[in-house]
Design a protein. Structure first.
Length: 532
């Protein structure tokens, strides 16, 4: 399916309450173009591999454990033959730096030089500005152009991405924007008397009815009070701005166009934020992903050898292309710049992973990875088809058995295997219930602890698909000696309740019953090896 057509069919749905800012649509379009530049931009870049920790279902949490960051050659796959008589440089072992994801709080403003207003300089207001449309032309798909303001008063400050409104025949509103994305930071600059500032604008119409007609007038909220500024655009094609329209299904077509604004800058493109000339692209995106699972992808960050400073947070999410423009799996993290700055290079390959909610609607999505710097992000260059998870496993589909054991420095682990014995696929998700039982069949005090353990690092879970005959497993973790160094008594049976079910199934084990029944319990994972 053509991604560009899907993106232009982005609509709104009042039944769903998570929507993207106007820059998100443009970011996805930009991602398509960045893909074409990626190989050339990174062919001379040294590569690092950063593995980000896992993400729970759309909240600020990380998966336990760490990964490694390993630099590669300047030009992978390129062999250099030294000149005759040249001294061959000594081989250097790849540098490896442990790295783990760092959660970021989006409610805490990100501080970046060049984004703080200068004390004593008031924000520009509509009363001192005049607005004209410049370089605006109708185009296939979206209609792109720009707006220019001129300061007719005292020095004032400009900043941000404003609210846009487009008017058609009889001055009816036929184009709107959703305003600024609070995650994005914008350059601040002083606009002196007679100086100008420009704003890039796009109007998308693929998801809209075709009987709306052209946009004849654009207004912009400057943000400092007063009436909106307004500019006539009827000179475009002699009638106004008319994007392509009506390519979305008729039942999903909007009664307005979607307007998207960039950010105010001077005509020469200044001011220039730190790291604004970095570029990012996505790679290794999956074509399909199942509900409730975690998929992995890469972000190719090109820095031109500059340092990532200050350390950048980022947001990742996937965007529904069903016409709702809804974001799912949204999570915020911060780059581990200490690890990245251990060896400056031209670029980095960031290994990422994103957890899909278990109830995310089946459909087509685009991946978005974004830093607070507008334009420094990826919009996804291919679609991801989210497929349905099989129905939850029922009790009569599962067989329970004891698995392998593990031991390390006084710690003991016991795996329990659950196998789908039916002819139908089913799914499991979450933590099992456990209850230790003594030789007489009496229940013993059992205090389960969920999350990471000494023997495994998995602290989150996902939906596990069990094909007919396929196994899943979980692990019990604890110690095998008491606080006095003595052997603990043995629990010979553990009763197990599969996630989402209610029946206790006894499994024969030899469990060292220590610490008054406190036991680490992992989530159910695919296979018989238990959690990593």
């Amino acid at each position: 399916m053509d991604l560009e057509q899907q993106l232009r069919s982005v609509l709104t749905d009042d039944r769903l309450d998570v929507h993207l800012g106007p820059g998100a649509v443009q970011a996805v379009h930009d991602g398509v173009r960045r893909r074409r530049r990626r190989n050339a931009a990174l062919s001379a870049a040294a590569s690092f591999v950063l593995v980000a920790g896992g993400i729970t279902t759309g909240v600020l949490a990380t998966q336990g454990g760490s990964a490694r960051l390993s630099p590669g050659p300047d030009q992978p796959g390129v062999s250099r033959t030294p000149k005759p008589g040249a001294v061959k440089p000594p081989a250097q072992a790849p540098e490896e730096v442990p790295w783990a994801a760092l959660p970021d709080n989006p409610a805490k403003p990100f501080a970046l030089p060049g984004t703080t207003p200068q004390p004593g300089v008031p924000a520009c207001n509509a009363g001192q500005l005049s607005l004209t449309a410049s370089q605006f032309q109708g185009a296939t798909g979206s209609a792109a152009g720009g707006l220019t303001v001129t300061n007719n008063g005292a020095t004032c400050g400009m900043q941000g991405s404003p609210q846009l409104t487009g008017y058609g025949e009889s001055d009816q509103v036929i184009a709107t924007s959703q305003g600024d994305d609070p995650f994005i930071v914008h350059p601040w600059f002083a606009l002196r008397t007679g100086q100008q500032a420009q704003l890039p604008v796009q109007i998308f119409g693929d998801g809209s009815r075709c009987d709306l007609g052209p946009v004849k007038r654009l207004s912009v909220e400057v943000g400092a009070g007063g009436r909106p500024l307004s500019a006539d655009v009827t000179w475009v094609d002699g009638r106004g701005v008319k994007p392509r329209c009506g390519t979305a299904p008729k039942s999903k077509q909007l009664d307005h166009y979607i307007a998207s604004a960039g950010e105010w800058t001077r005509p020469d493109g200044s001011p220039h934020l730190p790291m604004a000339d970095f570029s990012a692209d996505s790679a290794q995106e999956p074509t399909t992903a199942m509900q409730g699972t975690t998929f992995r992808y890469q972000v190719l960050l090109s820095t031109g050898g500059a340092k990532v400073s200050p350390c950048l947070p980022y947001r990742e999410q996937i965007i529904a292309l069903d016409g709702t423009q809804t974001a799912y799996g949204t999570a915020y993290f911060r780059m581990n710049c200490a690890a990245m700055s251990a060896s400056l290079t031209q670029g980095y390959t960031l290994d990422m992973q994103l957890a899909l909610p278990k109830d995310i609607p089946v459909g087509t999505y685009a991946l978005q990875w974004q830093t607070p710097i507008q334009g420094l992000g990826t919009g996804g260059s291919q679609t991801i088809q989210v497929t349905a998870a099989p129905p939850p496993c029922q009790q009569n589909q599962l067989d329970f058995s004891v698995g392998g054991t593990a031991a390390a420095t006084g710690h003991f682990g016991q795996k329990v295997v659950l196998r789908n014995t039916s002819a139908r696929a089913c799914s499991l998700r979450g933590y099992p219930g456990v209850q230790f039982v003594n030789a007489d069949g009496a229940p013993m005090r059992t205090v389960p602890h969920h999350g990471a353990s000494f023997l495994w690092s998995t602290g989150s879970y996902e939906t596990v698909r069990l094909a007919p005959g396929a196994p899943a497993s979980f692990e019990l973790g604890g110690v095998d000696i008491d606080v006095n160094g003595q052997q603990c008594p043995v629990a010979s049976v553990v009763k197990v309740i599969a996630p989402g079910l209610f029946t206790q199934v006894p499994v024969q084990i030899n469990w060292p019953y220590c610490l008054k029944g406190n036991v680490d319990v992992s989530p159910v994972v695919a296979g018989v090896k238990g959690p990593a």
